[in-house]
Design a protein around this ligand. Structure first.
Ligand SMILES: [Zn+2]
Length: 378
């Protein structure tokens, strides 16, 4: 069995379902594997049993390359699996388990690439940094800590190993989650004119938001921005006018869209509605990541395309992803170019019987090695 397959299997057997995550034992296992192969690392603590791992092959100039993945996974779900999600069975060239694709396979391939480069005696011009985060699946808490700690200072290129089937994605949508609460005035349900109904206000607001043409520049990689209302909560009893209603809005942004402009558009829609229903409102942002796009002519993009040609013998598709990754938390403040390129199919994300092809894990090791060598030749 290849090193990367064994490592991916080991990682799947650590239960890192988030929440709560408990990523530390899996990361300590990676640290021990790196150490045994002459690569030292540091552990950055986020909370008890949680944190990030940062390993480095040091170079002597700025322009570092970051290989980044996460070890937390989503819950296996309610529908039964054909294989235990934490046993990491191998059947017909597929490694099966929660996280095989998202993204313990990618983490294993990135780690194995660093280990092999170190054993080959590769001396990078700038640092090759391997960073494995916690917390990606819930709130990107690990990546936020990494960003705040400035541990990646000097990095110019970020490779996110989320599953793309080893295609090269150079853009990702941003995320904006406003939680809007309306506070009205309660009254007896038989005399609703004496109250101010927070549910009526929020229901009108939802209709307006769904129809509102938030301005955007057309983007050929990411398509259109989206808005979706997926949680609503309000009211206490059939005969009591609701004095409080909260709605969570999921907005996905394309490059050029600005958070503050969007929020002020929402505020002005609400001011109009308040003429009829005079509630007080609050907006809390529960999640935000700016959209990210790397230029087509970036050397990172061309290095990745060449690496896939060499490692897989095929031409990768170049595109964008509609979901946010850790990259949106770390690349913008570094001013770094970012791509997403990793083993496993996007169709396996968060699915029962999640699997990754073993040959793609092995190809990914070659792809990451080749990207690092191209960008970091001394
Ligand atoms: Zn992921």
């Amino acid at each position: 069995m290849s090193g990367v397959t064994r490592l991916a299997q080991d990682l799947i057997r650590f239960n890192t379902v988030n929440p709560p995550g408990n990523e530390e034992p899996a990361l300590r296992h990676l640290a021990a594997y790196l150490e045994a192969n002459g690569v030292s690392s540091e552990f950055q603590q986020l909370a008890p049993n949680r944190g990030n791992l940062i390993a480095r092959l040091p170079g002597s100039r700025p322009g570092h390359v970051v290989l980044c993945g996460h070890v937390d996974v989503v819950h296996p779900g309610a529908s039964p699996w054909e294989h235990d999600p934490f046993r990491a069975d191998i059947v017909d060239g597929r490694l099966i388990g929660r996280g095989a694709t998202d993204m313990k396979g990618g983490v294993a391939a990135m780690t194995q690439a660093v280990v092999e480069l170190a054993s080959d005696g590769f001396t990078p011009g700038a640092d090759l940094i391997l960073t494995i985060t916690c917390g990606e699946e819930v709130d990107m808490a690990g990546a936020k800590l990494l960003d705040a700690s400035r541990a990646l200072e000097g990095a110019k290129f970020v490779v996110i190993g989320e599953p793309t089937g080893l295609d090269v994605f150079r853009a990702e949508k941003g995320v904006l989650w406003p939680r809007i609460t309306a506070f009205g005035r309660t009254a007896h349900g038989a005399m609703p004119h004496l109250g101010v109904n927070a549910i009526s206000f929020i229901s009108r607001l939802i209709a307006r938001l769904e129809a509102y043409p938030f301005p955007f520049e057309p983007n050929d990689l990411l398509g259109q921005p989206t808005l979706s209302v997926n949680v609503i909560e309000g009211g206490v009893k059939t005969n009591v006018v609701a004095d409080r209603c909260t709605v969570d809005v999921d907005m996905r942004l394309v490059p050029g869209q600005d958070k503050d402009e969007i929020l002020s558009a929402i505020e002005s829609i609400m001011s109009e509605l308040k003429r009829d229903i005079p509630v007080r409102t609050e907006i809390e942002i529960t999640q935000f990541a700016a959209p990210v796009q790397t230029a087509e002519d970036s050397v990172l993009v061309s290095a990745a395309i060449e690496a896939v040609r060499a490692g897989c013998g095929r031409e990768p598709a170049v595109g964008g992803v509609s979901y946010a990754t850790d990259g949106a938390q770390i690349a913008p403040s570094l001013g770094a170019d970012m791509i997403i390129c990793g083993p496993g199919g996007v169709d396996q994300l968060h699915q029962p019987n999640e699997w990754v092809a073993i040959n793609q894990l092995e190809e990914a090791v070659e792809v990451y090695k080749s990207i690092a060598v191209k960008l970091l030749a001394a």
